[in-house]
Design a protein around this ligand. Structure first.
Ligand code: GH3
Ligand code: MG
Length: 455
């Protein structure tokens, strides 16, 4: 892992020391000896992490951190405060300023490296998400998630083997989160997978269970992979902390737990989770827009082209049938010519609704172009496909289409061509071509009918 790290300290010897250690681990290191130049570096250079001294003349570390977090261009850079101060109140002050973690001077090598690596890893994930969301934003699809939204309450799962500490932690977290408490770590895994928590707090106090097992299981399950984990550990359990961070545990706190520190750390994680969720949703939304037809909300041709190949490969691999149906509205040009293009659009939307109502959940319905639609039906024999197509034909013919101008209703019919995957020789193009030929035949034979391609 390589990353660019900015070390900020007013004492040259401290700068040299940290720089040497980080360079030895192949990090790219920048240095600054006061708050203002640190801010300038972050503003002008991509920095992946800041190691920030607190006690500095002129502008102290708390203020530097606050300014970094208040600036949209630097708010996402993780900040680790390096401090000789070791009072819980200083930590809380730092966390409130937006710091992601603390290292106490003299800095322990193991802690330095595990902290830096874990925060850089987290930042890489957020960066990737931000980049994708930015692309969505650039192509004008939607507003980029904003960092300055008001806090939403978090959902926290507290996994704790002891009733007394459960009660204490619960009391501390009450004001900022909905908390579910569970004593059994294995049950906790299911609980986490079934619900959507913003944070899992694991108290390493089980009698005969390794808490890191739960952490690693949470990291490997698809459903829980992105949930932040806060580990509560004993003083002096550095080994466990290093292993935990390597496993992907997001943060830790030492016993005796200071309630304010617990709240501040939890809020940091909950905020980051909300922000990443929003970025992820925005990426998802962009993908959906790219594969959805605007007018009807069905999948578009681009999606069909890529997905049909997968469905065909899967059907082949499993030795299952697969059928497709192409349908085209009859004399649709007449609708446009007589009632206008908007009325035509309304007919297309209603037609799409009827297509959707005809097919099963596993079927893929797409607008192929203009007034042509394709339905892909996995696990469907030619006989079943003929029944589905006939049902759709009747759904269209059976009830007139209303359009919003006055009381006008239109009688609409459609022609349909179906084809079924042949053993061995069907590509998506070949399958579509055979269905299209059948459709052409349906048109030629008088429209408003279903024709099946020869097997
Ligand atoms: P056929 O029975 O042979 O299919 O006759 P048709 O009139 O349906 O076929 P043709 O291909 O001649 O005309 C299709 C028409 O569909 C022409 C085109 O303007 C119209 N069309 C394509 N896309 C849209 C759309 O998004 N909205 C509207 N309103 N019309 C569309
Ligand atoms: Mg047509």
């Amino acid at each position: 892992m390589t990353a660019r790290i900015l070390v900020v300290d007013d004492v040259p010897a401290n700068l040299k020391l940290l720089e040497a250690r980080l360079v030895a681990e192949y990090f790219d290191v920048l240095t600054a000896s006061d708050g203002r130049s640190a801010l300038a570096v972050c503003e002008n250079t991509p920095v992946d992490l800041v190691l920030l001294d607190i006690m500095m003349p002129d502008m102290d570390g708390f203020e530097v951190c606050e300014r970094l977090k208040a600036n949209n261009r630097t708010t996402h850079i993780p900040v680790v405060m390096v401090t000789a101060l070791d009072q819980p109140s200083d930590r809380v002050r730092g966390l409130k300023a937006g710091a992601d973690d603390f290292l106490t001077k003299p800095v322990n090598d193991l802690q330095l490296m595990s902290r830096v690596k874990s925060l850089v890893r987290l930042k890489n994930v957020s960066d990737e998400l931000r980049l994708r969301a930015q692309t969505a934003h650039t192509i004008g699809l939607q507003e980029l998630a904003r960092a300055d939204r008001p806090d939403e309450p978090g959902n926290v799962l507290l996994v704790d083997g002891r009733a007394s500490s459960q009660e204490r932690l619960l009391r501390a977290l009450k004001p900022i989160a909905e908390v579910a408490v569970i004593s059994d770590p294995q049950a906790a895994l299911f609980e986490a997978a079934e619900n959507s928590f913003d944070l899992v707090i694991v108290n390493a106090n089980f009698d005969d269970y390794d808490p890191l097992r739960l952490c690693s299981q949470l990291r490997s399950l698809e459903r829980t992979r992105f949930i932040p984990i806060l580990l509560v550990t004993e003083q002096g359990s550095e080994e466990m902390i290093v292993r935990a961070l390597e496993l992907g545990v997001t943060d830790y706190i030492m016993r005796p737990v200071d309630p304010n520190e617990l709240v501040a750390r939890s809020l940091t994680q909950i905020r980051r989770k909300h922000c990443n969720d929003q970025l992820r949703a925005s990426v998802q939304h962009t993908i959906e827009l790219a594969i959805t037809d605007d007018l009807t909300g069905l999948h578009n041709r681009r999606y069909l082209d890529s997905h049909l190949k997968l469905l065909i490969d899967r059907a082949r691999a499993r030795g299952r049938p697969l059928s497709i149906c192409i349908t085209d509205i009859d004399r649709f040009k007449l609708v446009n010519d007589t009632h206008g293009h908007d009325a035509g659009d309304e007919v297309l939307r209603e037609f799409a609704r009827r297509v959707r109502a005809t097919v099963r959940g596993a079927d893929l319905a797409c607008r192929f172009g203009g007034e042509e639609f394709v339905i892909v039906m996995p696990d469907t024999t030619p006989e079943m496909a003929a029944i589905v197509a006939e049902r759709l034909r009747l759904m269209v013919e059976g009830r007139a289409f209303g359009i919003s101008q006055g009381d006008t209703v239109l009688n609409v019919t459609a022609s349909l061509g179906i084809a079924t995957l042949r053993p061995g020789d069907d590509t998506p193009e070949a399958l579509l071509k055979r269905a299209d030929t059948a459709l052409y035949e349906a048109k030629n034979n008088g429209r408003n009918r279903v024709v099946a391609a020869a097997a």
